[in-house]
Ligand binder design. Structure first.
Ligand code: MV4
Length: 448
């Protein structure tokens, strides 16, 4: 087993990993930037070291400094968390070659799945349905026209190196197609240094459902059921839940086995998420794979009773999964609200500042994963998430009642937060009925 793990991240997820390590009897090394020097969670790590100034590019993204920190403290492994270097195949490779176990998939599996076009090819090989689209990359406008005519407009142009909604363009007809292609590939070139694009039929009003998987190094792949993450705004998820509401048991089981097949075909190990779009008729299509632990992992932990972070660590240490597929039950219903420091009166722009009063809700089935406290200053440098409020109850309707009660109890003063918007969503009859899709917020709450 590992003796010492370095956490190449900050904030909520750094604290989450420190807690898991403590319970496993593993020592931790926390790295931090100058902006985070006073963060209280750093004192829960056994060791800590400053790796640079506040800008991420000068600290949390600096591979050489992180490797130096590993060397100084002779760690056995690195946990990358989410964001930052978590899906950087080069970083995974460097860790491995310096003899620090990377707590995540191999660099090969990561780069295979990180490229959306190559992930689609793996899905096809695994017999998992993708959104109808081009067979591979688009090399010319005439090729794009041919595919668009075949699958029918509207179509979506996607960047192969993209993800999380960046580098996407919709084209409603032939006329819009050539502009959309030029814009998408230009945007992809600027954002990712790779202008490769492909084309998909545009699914209208989809739901976003993703399947959590975990795989050890002995070929055991197990799914931990699905999460619905449709409630988002500009690709920022606000509410996640498990199980997905209004989904037939048969659809759920088909999606989960599709995810397992894809992961086996890719030779993927450790924790990962297979994302699908689900249309009105419950037809589901693979869109992309996330090769990391995700922000919303706690809803899965609550309904399965399985600690994902501990399992990530155990797998990286060469252990076999201690459970099999038939052991993984979906128990009750879990909901998560991501609490962000943002200003609803100014188009939800980040709203950093000092938290002067903090009251955290509690009670039956309530979990608050957060690194903040009264007196903590939310820095403008990093993402605006200040915590995750998660509830677990026997049914969806009880989970909604519990979350509404918790959001009333939660006090975060000194900064503006996403809480009022989340309250309005949870108060709405449509959300309560489970009638959700990826433009739910725009449709119901952004009308001016
Ligand atoms: C789509 C789509 C409709 N049709 N693909 C956005 C992020 C990336 N993961 C894929 N995304 C989408 N791909 C086709 N063919 C609609 C979206 C989409 C979306 C997906 C998941 C969650 C929120 C979303 C919000 C807008 C668009």
């Amino acid at each position: 087993m590992f003796k010492r793990v370095l956490i190449a991240n900050r904030g909520e997820i750094a604290l989450r990993v420190i807690r898991a390590c403590r319970e496993l009897g593993i020592e931790t090394v926390a790295v931090f930037s100058e902006a985070d020097k006073d963060a209280a969670y750093l004192d829960l790590a056994d060791l800590k070291i400053c790796i640079g100034s506040s800008r991420s590019a000068d600290s949390y993204l600096k591979i050489d400094r992180i490797i130096s920190a590993c060397e100084i403290f002779s760690v056995d492994a690195v946990h990358p968390g989410y964001g930052f270097l978590s899906e950087n195949a080069h970083f995974a490779e460097v860790c491995k070659s310096c003899n620090y176990e990377f707590i995540g998939p191999t660099a090969e599996a990561m780069s295979l799945l990180g490229d959306k076009n190559s992930a689609r090819e793996i899905a096809v090989k695994a017999g998992v349905e993708c959104v109808p689209g081009s067979d591979g990359l688009i090399k010319s406008e005439s090729e794009a026209i041919r595919f668009a005519d075949k699958v029918g407009f509207p179509v979506l142009i996607k960047a192969s190196a993209g993800g999380g909604g960046r580098g996407m363009r919709v084209a409603k007809d032939r006329e819009q197609l050539s502009t959309a292609i030029k814009q998408a590939s230009q945007e992809a070139q600027n954002a990712f240094g790779n202008d490769a694009i492909y084309l998909e039929k545009f699914i209208e009003l989809p739901r976003h459902v993703e399947v959590q998987i975990i795989a050890d190094n002995f070929g055991n792949v197990v799914h931990l059921w699905e999460r619905d993450c449709s409630i988002q705004r500009r690709h920022q998820k606000l509410i996640e839940e498990s199980p997905a509401p209004n989904l037939k048991q048969k659809t759920r089981e088909q999606m989960c086995s599709a995810a397992v097949k894809l992961v086996k075909t890719a030779g993927y190990t450790n924790a990962g998420t297979v994302e699908f779009l689900v249309d009105k008729d419950e037809k589901f299509y693979f869109i992309e794979m996330n090769a990391r632990i995700q922000v919303e992992h706690p809803v899965t932990e609550l309904i399965t009773g399985i600690d994902l972070i501990k399992n990530q660590i155990l797998i990286a240490a060469g252990k076999r999964l201690s459970f099999k597929q038939s052991d993984v039950k979906q128990f009750g219903h879990a909901l998560e609200c991501r609490i962000n420091a943002e200003d609803p009166d100014h188009n939800f722009r980040p709203c950093p500042g000092k938290i002067d009063r903090l009251i955290i809700p509690g009670g039956f089935g309530v979990r608050f994963d957060s690194h903040v406290y009264a007196g903590y200053t939310v820095s403008p440098t990093y993402d605006s998430m200040v915590g995750k409020l998660i509830v677990h109850q026997p049914t969806r309707s009880e989970a909604i009642s519990s979350m509404r009660r918790c959001l009333r109890e939660l006090v975060i003063s000194g900064i503006k937060t996403s809480v009022p918007l989340q309250q309005r969503i949870l108060d709405s009859k449509e959300f309560q009925a489970g009638n959700i899709d990826t433009i739910f917020i725009e449709r119901k709450f952004m009308k001016k």
